[in-house]
Design a protein around this ligand. Structure first.
Ligand SMILES: NC(=O)c1ccc[n+]([C@@H]2O[C@H](COP(=O)([O-])OP(=O)(O)OC[C@H]3O[C@@H](n4cnc5c(N)ncnc54)[C@H](O)[C@@H]3O)[C@@H](O)[C@H]2O)c1
Length: 253
């Protein structure tokens, strides 16, 4: 897909990877609809996209709320005329062990609320936004692209029962949607990043960062631009669908 004048919706576009994707793709002249919970961060992202030469609008919405998602996508369609690309990027972490034991006795277990909060954003949010984007693409005859953000943690990771399960589910939905929506000319792909340099990793203790860097054959963390580059690859390569790109510097966990 050539994204010039196309409408790209990015959830979690207020900061981090979502913002980096928008700013990076802005050079190609797409229009952006950025969804997030935080209005202040969203307006900063819109200003950065506009500086980079594209049009952008923001929408404050919670991706876990069905009514908000439905009305937001309707509004985006009304504002821009079409929805060509969705990057399902909003996601959260609420790490913790399944249980903790002392002297053979379980002293703590992961509360259902901690498990559910991650499933709500990372899995239900992806489902709701993907469904609404697909509705508009099919009704409009748009041969669009949906990209879902998974993670290397999808293979299972210590302390991430909730996150790993959600990110594995995202890949399963990706393959399912590619098969179901291919008949409408819609492609669906997923990206599974390793550890990418963000405000969170910048704030880590140096020894923790060094340990993470050593786990990667490339010897460093990933850059947000390298994830944006992967988004561009999926958009441009018309033969890509139903698969996940692992972009993790060869990390072995
Ligand atoms: N940064 C990494 O190293 C890394 C690695 C693998 C996967 N990922 C995935 O990439 C995506 C982006 O990660 P990031 O590091 O930029 O995260 P981030 O925390 O910097 O940004 C996520 C954004 O999503 C928004 N968000 C959270 N809950 C929301 C909700 N209910 N409704 C609407 N917006 C909501 C947040 O406000 C935030 O702006 C996530 O899905 C994450 O799991 C990131």
């Amino acid at each position: 897909m050539n994204v010039e004048n196309k409408t790209i919706v990015i959830t979690g576009g207020g900061q981090g990877l979502g913002r980096a994707m928008a700013v990076s793709l802005a050079e190609q002249g797409a229009n952006f609809a950025l969804i997030d919970l935080n209005e202040e961060l969203l307006s900063e992202s819109v200003a950065l996209v506009e500086q980079a030469g594209s049009t952008a609008k923001f929408y404050v919405a919670n991706v876990t709320n069905e009514e908000e998602v439905e009305s937001t996508f309707k509004q985006i369609k009304a504002d821009f005329g079409s929805i060509d690309v969705l990057v399902n990027n909003a996601g959260i972490l609420r790490d913790g062990m399944l249980l903790k034991a002392k002297d053979g006795e379980v002293v703590k277990k992961m509360p259902l609320s901690q498990f559910q909060s991650v499933i709500d954003v990372n899995l239900t949010g992806v489902f709701l936004c993907g469904r609404e984007a697909a509705v508009h693409m099919v009704e409009n005859g748009t041969k669009g692209v949906i990209i879902n953000m998974s993670s290397i943690a999808r293979n299972g990771n210590m302390g991430q029962t909730n996150y790993a399960a959600s990110k594995a589910g995202v890949v399963a939905m990706t393959v399912t949607w590619a098969r179901e929506l291919g008949r409408y000319g819609i492609r669906v792909g997923a990206i599974a990043p390793g550890v990418i340099r963000t405000a969170m990793t910048d704030a880590m203790k140096p020894e923790m960062r060094e340990r993470l860097e050593k786990m990667k054959p490339v010897g460093r963390l990933g850059e947000a631009d390298e994830i944006a580059h992967t988004v561009k690859y999926i958009l441009e390569n018309e033969f890509f669908t139903g698969r996940v790109v692992e972009i993790d510097g060869g990390l072995s966990m």
